[in-house]
Design a protein around this ligand. Structure first.
Ligand code: PMP
Length: 362
């Protein structure tokens, strides 16, 4: 049997082994076509079936209502930082950004290139993004173009648990690092976007879930490829989509349904995160979490050790023991365990045992 690593990478990250095996088995001759899915025309009926199946699976899993479109785009979540203001920041209006980390900062600075923006809240000053603001503390106006938030902060390790009711103001969320990790009420959002390379599949596809009425309100003087309506009108087949990535996404969605859907996945994610947070909380300060306990992410678990020296030897030993991806993001250092959907409970158990053992010896 092939040796699989304990993969805690922040993204691209672990994929379900059954999906990889299926892709391997189907690679050379995809469903009797005599070619791989990568070699099919994106206009063929075989590919179209793969494409539509992925869209429908996502709709089923997330209970996406009929008034939303699911789009498969390219350019990563980073291109969404620009496409959102380009399409939806109208002249004379302002867009609010909730600042909870580096990705919110990037989203805000792109939006500044297109119009008026403001910070609806920020948790930067009160201790380097350790928390999520209270829903009631967000400041925005009823005539704003939209309100943007980052549902899970991949670098700092914080996550929203409840989302604001924004009334007529479209709520837009970057869910790159926690989409599909638990059930969500899609109705609260006008637009949800996510790069695929954490919970959804390989990098190269960006999922956008957009309410249809928003499409009608979009600015028009923008390049064709950067208009959401272009992709909505063409079922994300205006130009050549990332066909292999969409195939993989479809298979990941099938796997998610097979293992019991988002409720079952959420339970697993809670169990996994608890294993690591318990090791932190029972360590008497040997380990300390970056996030405030009530803002902790179940996807990216960030922590530090008592001293830089200890942290260095912890990270070195973790690597030697086969735990991959534990180094914190290069911008903040420290340690980070990314426990996305496809990371097995056993991997988290093994790592939490490693944490306890390391503490005993040091
Ligand atoms: N938003 C969040 C929350 C992320 O974690 C990332 C990537 N790690 C991005 C945006 C940027 O995504 P991409 O690399 O797909 O542009």
């Amino acid at each position: 049997q092939t040796q699989r690593a304990f993969n805690f990478n922040a993204g691209p990250s672990a994929l379900p082994i059954s999906v990889l095996e299926k892709a391997q088995a189907e690679l050379i001759d995809f469903r009797g076509t005599g070619m791989s899915v990568m070699e099919l025309s994106h206009r063929s009926s075989t590919y179209e079936e793969v494409h539509n199946q992925a869209i429908n699976s996502l709709k089923l899993l997330l209970s996406i209502p009929d008034q939303y479109e699911v789009l498969f785009l390219q350019g990563g979540a980073s291109l969404q930082f620009s496409m959102i203001p380009m399409n939806f920041l109208q002249q004379g209006k302002k867009a609010g950004y909730v600042m909870t980390g580096s990705w919110s900062e990037k989203a805000l600075s792109e939006a500044k290139l297109f119009g008026d923006v403001f910070q609806a809240a920020s948790t930067k000053e009160e201790g380097s993004y350790r928390s999520i603001p209270k829903v009631g503390d967000l400041k925005f106006n009823s005539d704003d173009a939209y309100l943007h938030l980052t549902s899970n902060n991949t670098i700092y390790g914080t996550q929203w648990t409840d989302f604001p009711d924004t009334g007529d103001v479209p709520l837009i969320a970057d869910m790159s690092s926690d989409i599909l990790s638990k059930p969500i009420d899609v109705n609260k959002f006008a637009l949800i976007y996510a790069g695929a390379q954490k919970n959804l599949g390989p990098s190269g596809v960006t999922v956008v879930i957009i309410r249809k009425d928003l499409l009608e309100q979009a600015n028009t003087n923008i390049p064709t490829m950067l208009k959401y309506s272009t992709h909505a009108k063409n079922n994300s087949l205006y130009n050549t989509p990332p066909t292999f990535g969409i195939y993989m996404l479809g298979e990941v969605l099938n796997w998610a349904r097979e293992i019991g859907g988002l409720t079952a996945i959420a339970e697993q994610n809670e169990t996994k995160a608890k294993l690591i947070y318990d090791a932190i909380d029972t360590s008497n300060g040997f380990y300390h979490g970056h996030a405030e306990p009530d803002s902790r992410s179940l996807m990216n678990l960030t922590f530090n050790l008592k001293s830089k020296e200890l942290e260095k030897s912890f990270l070195e030993l973790a690597k030697q023991e086969g735990f991959v991806g534990i180094n914190g993001h290069r911008s903040i250092g420290g340690c980070r365990v990314s426990a996305y959907n496809a990371v097995p409970i056993d991997a988290c158990k093994a790592f939490s045992e490693f944490m306890v053992e390391f503490q005993k010896k040091n």
